[in-house]
Design a protein. Sequence first.
Length: 428
Amino acid sequence: MVKICCIGAGYVGGPTMAVIALKCPEIEVAVVDISAPRINAWNSDQLPIYEPGLEAGKAADLTYWESAARMIADVSTSDKIVVEKSTVPVKTAEAIEKILTHNRKGINFSILSNPEFLAEGTAIKDLFHPDRVLIGGRETPEGTKAIQALKDVYAHWVPVDRILCTNLWSAELSKLAANAFLAQRISSVNAMSALCEATGADISQVSHSVGTDSRIGPKFLNASVGFGGSCFQKDILNLVYICECNGLPEVANYWKQVIKVNDYQKTRFVNRVVSSMFNTVSGKKIAVLGFAFKKDTGDTRETPAIDVCKGLLGDRARLSIYDPQVTEDQIFRDLSMKKFDWDHPAHLQPMSPTSVKQVSVTWDAYEATKDAHGICVLTEWDEFKNLDYQRIYDNMPKPAFVFDGRNVVDVEKLRKIGFIVYSIGKPL
Ligand code: UGA
C-alpha cells in the first residue's frame, strides 16, 4: 500500500487518517471532502472537530458514497482497494462494488468493509488502542489479498490477534450489532433507574453490583437522561428496517424498545422537573448545563438536551443554556430543527418562533444559573463537578432545584448547601 485516499473529513475520517499517517510514515495519506470550509479548517490551527489528543495537520475535498464510488470508477486507471469505513446501510459494500465494476471494465476493484468503533471524545485513544479492528471482504483470492493489504496497514500498531477478518456482510452487520448492544445496555440501566427512584434503591450501587459479574462487565452502565450521538439511534433504526425487510417483525420490535425506553427517559426527566417545581415551569428561568451529547465533544447530534429543552419550552420555561464546546448558533439550529417523527411523545415538538425568545445561550455557568429557579445538568462535563455551588445557590431564588441528568454533582454536599436535588436513579 503506497497511498490512501480518504473520502470524508468528519469525526471518523479526520482522526483515523491522522493516526494512519502518524503510524505509517511510508504511506501517503490524502483526505478529501465536499466541504471547502471543512478542509480549510483541517488545514488551519482551528480543527473542525474537538477531540482530545488531536492537533492541527493537513487535509484536501468530499462526496456521498454513491457519487464517491462513481468518481472512483471515473478516475481509476489501475486496480484499487476500496474501503467502506463509515456506518452506512448494510449491503452498501455490495452496491459500491456494482457501481465500480459496471463502470470500469478491466480494472479490479476489491471492496472491503472496515467499520470504525472509535467513540467521540476518545477518538485518538481508541484508534491507538482498539479492542479490535474488523475487516470484511470477499472470500476470493483477490478479496483475501485486499484484506491482507489493509491488515498490514493496521499491523503497524495493532497486535495482529486483534485484527478480525470476516465476510463483507458480517463486518457491516457487526457494526450495527455492536452499537445496538451498547445502546441496549444504556436503556437497560435507564429502565432500572426509574425502578430505583420508585423503590429507594440507588442506581449507582445497582450498576456497580451488576457490573462486577465478569460476564456483564463494569463499562457503559451509567444511568443518564438518555443516550444521544449520531450513531446509536440511526444504527438501531437501520437494524429495525433490515429486520422488517427480512420478515422478522418480532426482532425489529425487540430493538425498537431500546429507543422507546430512551425516549421515555427524556420525557420522564422533563416530567420530574415540572412536577417538582410545583407542576409548572411556565415563566421560570431554568439553567441548562451541558448541551453536547456527552462530555469532551462539541457534537450535538441527537443529544438528549434537544428533547429535554423542547419539553421544558413546551411548558413555557425560560432557558439559559451553557455548554463549554457548543456555540449559540448550533443550539438555536438544533432547537428549531424538526425531528423525524418516530414514536415521539406528543409534547416534544419543534421550536416555535415564540420559543426562540425563551432561550438564551451564555458562555459561563454562573451567568446561566443566575436568578434561575432550577438547574438541569444534561452533559457530564468535568467542570460541572467543581463549580462553586454555594455561589450559585446564593444567586438563585428559593427553593433552588438541581436536576442532575448525569449523576455528576455531589448530592450530599448540594443538599447541605440548601438545594433540592434530584439525581437520576437515586433516592429523593
Ligand atoms: C458510539 C460507540 O461507542 C462507538 O464504539 C461507535 O464507533 C460510535 O458510536 C459510532 O458508531 O460512530 P459515540 O456515539 O461517540 O460512540 O459515544 P458513546 O460514548 O458511545 O456515547 C453514546 C451516548 O451514550 C452518549 O450520549 C453517552 O452520554 C451515553 N452513555 C454512554 C450513557 O448514557 N451511559 C453510559 O454508560 C455510556
